[in-house]
Every structure is written in C-alpha cells, then in structure tokens.
Design a protein around this ligand. Sequence first.
Ligand code: FPP
Ligand code: MG
Length: 353
Amino acid sequence: MRSHDNEETLMIQASSPSTSTLNANSDLSKLVDPVRADVAHVEALLSSNLIDDNPFITELLAQIFSAGGKRIRPALALLCSRATLAKGQEFGQVHIILAVLTELIHTASLVHDDVIDGASLRRGTETVNRRFNDRIAVLMGDLLFAQASICLARIMNPVIVGIYGRVLGDLCAGELRQMKQQFTTSVNWDEYLRKTIAKTASLFAAGSHSGAILNGAQDAIIETLKVYGLKLGICFQIIDDLLDVVGTSDQLGKQPGSDLRSGIVTAPALFVLERQDRASGKIVELIKTRAIVSDEGSQEAINLIKEHGGVEATLEMAHKYARESIESLVAIPASGYRDSLAGLVDYVLTRIN
Ligand code: FPP
Ligand code: MG
C-alpha cells in the first residue's frame, strides 16, 4: 500500500522542482526500465504490417518507425497499466496493444502534420512528404490510422473506443484551432489552452488512464491518471513551444523558430504580447506585416521574447502544470511504476536543459 514517505517525496518534488532533483530523475532510459521488456514487444508490433504486405508499404513503415522518437506515450500507457493492476491480475497483450495504439495515432498525426507544415525534417530525418510527396505521406498517415483502428478493435472495449475516437477528433480540432489563430496577435490564453489540450494533452490523457479502465480500477484512480496525463500533456506542449524559441537545430532535429515563421503564436510570444509595451508592439508589427515569416523577422521576434521575459514566464507556466501532474499521482499506490511516472514529468521539463 501507499507509504507516507513516498507521498512526501512526491510532494517535495512537486512543490520545488529544483534542477538537481530534476536531473536525478530525468534519465528517460532509467525511467522506462520497469517496463523495458514490454517496450520491446511494443517496438516489434509498431512497424508490423497489418494491412498489406506490399514491400513499399513495409519499407515505409520501417522508415517511419526507425526514425527514432522518444516513445513517451507508449511508456505512459505501459507504466499506468502496470501501476494499476490489482493483486493477482495479469498484465497482458491487451496492455501492449493499448501502448501500440497510442504511439500509432501519435505517429500518424505527425506524418499528416508534416504535410500540413510542409516540413522537411523530423527527428533529424527526412519526412515522408519530403522523401516522396504529399500524396504518399497522406496515405501513409491514413494507413497508420487504419492500423490503430485494428488495435482498437482488438482491445474489444467500447469505452476505450470512445476515448480514442474522441482523441482523433481532438487532434483534428486542435490543428484547425491552430490554423484559425495563425497570425493573430490578440492574447487569448483560454484558446491557447484549448488548442494545447486538443492537439497534445488529449492523447497523453487517453494513454494514461485507459490501462486503469481495462484493469477495472476504481473511478478515483482512473480519474486521477486522466488528470496526470492531461497536465503532463499540457506541460509537454508548452515545453515544445518554448523549445521552438530556445532550442538548437541539433536538439530539435529541425530548424528552430518554425512556429513563429508560420505565424503560430504560442506561450513565449503571448507572454510578451500581453505586456502591451514597445516590445509587444514590435512583435505585433512583425506578425501583421508578415515580416515574421522570414529568418530575420522570426529571429527578431525570438530576441524580443528572450529579452522581455517570455522564456522565464513560459517555464513557470510549464512548471505549474508539471506540479499539478505530479501531485495527482499521490492517489496512486506507491510502486516503481509510479516513481517512473513522476520521473517522466521531470524528464519532460528537462528537455529544455
Ligand atoms: C505536432 O505539433 C502535431 C500534433 C501534436 C497533432 C497534429 C494533428 C493532425 C495533423 C491531425 C491528425 C489527423 C487525424 C485524422 C487524427 P507541432 O506542429 O506543434 O509540433 P512539431 O514541431 O513536432 O511539428
Ligand atoms: Mg508541426
């Protein structure tokens, strides 16, 4: 059962995520150790061709899944599934398929996202749309969604079908919301949050609480893991938005500043825009004149964000969601799996270091 000591450790981490604490817990490989064998099963299934044994399709699947990726979402699904198994209950193929499903949907959405963004590089590797063309990339994304549907059917649980059906809708709605907001300079935090939840946190939440549903866990446990995944997902996207401003090409596997060049205004810029001073006026001008789409214009916006507190304010916002994510874990029985779930929050934050 839950030990008071463990609860206290979690609370301390949650209330003061100091750099030393973060570093101590943020080695992704160590965090995944408790589900290492499961991850190997997931990895083998990910690139398996369930649809058509055409060699071109098989080669494309191999290319997409060998391009790397941190596999955070399947790790979440596996850790949460194992953390909520009742005494005597077995971890089974259904939990593995849940993790595969979660990563397939993520990967499919990225293949489509790269078409929408006209991106050439992802994870340091040529995107499918770049290597071939948009039509092939759209169809490969669709094929991955089809593989995900087969996984969903194999899980044979209508509640999980509903959750992941909702996630698919959220992903599309999030992208549409983002498109509608392009080159908008008014500050609307509610809209930023709704978009962030739809495009990223919805899938994190699904991956985090679906295993508990399959395990027949208590409603309170299911709800707490949903909150954990939701807050972690928001934190993840805020850090992603920040990395676009402060990250390097090496770190990102693509050119930084791509959000700004596309007129996508995220937290770091919003914090400066809401100041309504000279710095915000300059960013408004860069966006309204479309100067921001050039390398010089986006670099000027990045400099303004860095010089006027956009980075610090965004980090603080990410830390708030990280704390809330970790705090929700207190309701989960103490275990090595729960420790890894807490560590994953730290890992997401330290991506910025
Ligand atoms: C990456 O965000 C993209 C997403 C998180 C979701 C994209 C979703 C779609 C394209 C819709 C998917 C379609 C269906 C049918 C469900 P980003 O552009 O902020 O990150 P990046 O820098 O990694 O590209
Ligand atoms: Mg993108």
